[in-house]
Design a protein around this ligand. Sequence first.
Ligand code: ADP
Ligand code: LRH
Length: 473
Amino acid sequence: MSIYAAVDLGASNGRVITVETGQSLRLREIHRFPNRPVRLADTLHWDILSLYQGVLDGLAKMDAEPASIGVDSWAVDYGLLDGDGRLIGNPVHYRDQRTDGVMERVIDEVGADVLYQTSGLQFLPFNTVYQLLADRLDGAETLLMIPDLITYWLTGSIGAEATNASTTGLYDVRARTWAEPLMDRLGIPRRIFPELRDPGTPAGTLRDGIARELGLGPVPVTAVASHDTASAVAAVPAETDRFAYISSGTWSLVGVELPAPVLTEAGRLANFTNEGGVDGTVRYLRNVMGLWILQECLRVWGNPDLGELLAAAEQAPPFQAVVDPDDPSFLPPGDMPARIAAYCERTGQRPPQDRPSVVRCVLESLALAYRRTVRDAVRLSGHEVEVIHVVGGGVRNRLLCQLTADACELPVLAGPVEAAALGNALIQARAHGEVGSLAELRELVRRAEPLAVYRPAGDGRAWEAAETRIRGS
Ligand code: ADP
Ligand code: LRH
């Protein structure tokens, strides 16, 4: 029996969670802190020092010394270090507009097929590669992805964890190495990319000064599946491999787990990604814009009670209007209710008239996108699924889970909420010899957390009809 500390930084909040292994898993939330981006002049930044402080505060609040610590976070973003190991500037948020037009330029110059055959990555305007081309790299000696940066600050040890490296667009998905020829072609210096680390390998030991301040000994830090989605997928409590997953938080990551990448033209055109998972698995998925749209509605409305709004949305008439959540207009922060109304007008639909109707529209639009994406994942990969596992904060949204089952016409098993933290901690436990295969790890999660079951109801044809409305006539 041991305790593992999982640092899990999400786009909406960060948390330090401990997981105690033994007969059954015991999960304790030690500390949760908001993740509030800061706009400075024209640029949207992460408040990286405040996040780091949140991590330290969480580690200081633990009442027992962990056997190890692991850090995961959202993907694609990074910090640059100078030759003395100092951070150059504050990391920029992937929703910043600095990458406008960059991806299109690179596709013109290099070719979408070359990019896809190399990295297998979905074309998202904020992939690390496009951010780097919009950044100033002079004086930069080292690039560290966000979890690698926090790990470096905790330990002094430098490395690039592989699952997160796989989201950069500069990682060769077949060879599982940095894609150096592509870096050369784009004029991005090879030297700034540290050596790759696999999940479950050592990533240093707490620096003396930090350990002393936290009242801890020389605790080892383990490289986990540091892309939060990779950790979350590792902790999907699936019984067989015939499952699709929705990692549901700020984003909804919707797809299947495969033994090898699928790099077909059809997959590229459907904009599917091949991201790295644990044990060489591939997360064949698509980013759906996710609960971000709802988060931004709530912010614009002055943060009313979410539970009350969801109860009202449940009573609102169905299918008043539906949108494509992946429309680029929903990517940057802003007035989502107004953008939803504009989308509806563009597509000949009457915009939702009150807040519960807006919420219903967002949730039905997400469920409809899940229907499309799960079907595409199955079609493009040939991997059959009989159940959808929902993990992450979206598990708490019972209306969305039911709509997902209805839209996808498949049973939904919802839970755990803290899948990323569990995946993080259990990869540490495995590195310490406490867990065996990925299947065993999933079995532990299954035994630890009761899952909510949603059975499909209603008529699938209503969803089919809704699908025709999102593009207008
Ligand atoms: P991330 O890690 O991307 O920051 P989370 O996994 O923490 O995201 O999920 C955050 C989302 O979970 C919120 O946007 C919200 O929609 C949903 N959520 C959290 N708590 C509740 C709740 N009590 N009821 C319904 N939804 C919830
Ligand atoms: C989810 C996530 C997702 C990435 C996005 C930037 O938190 O890591 O997998 O595409 O953030």
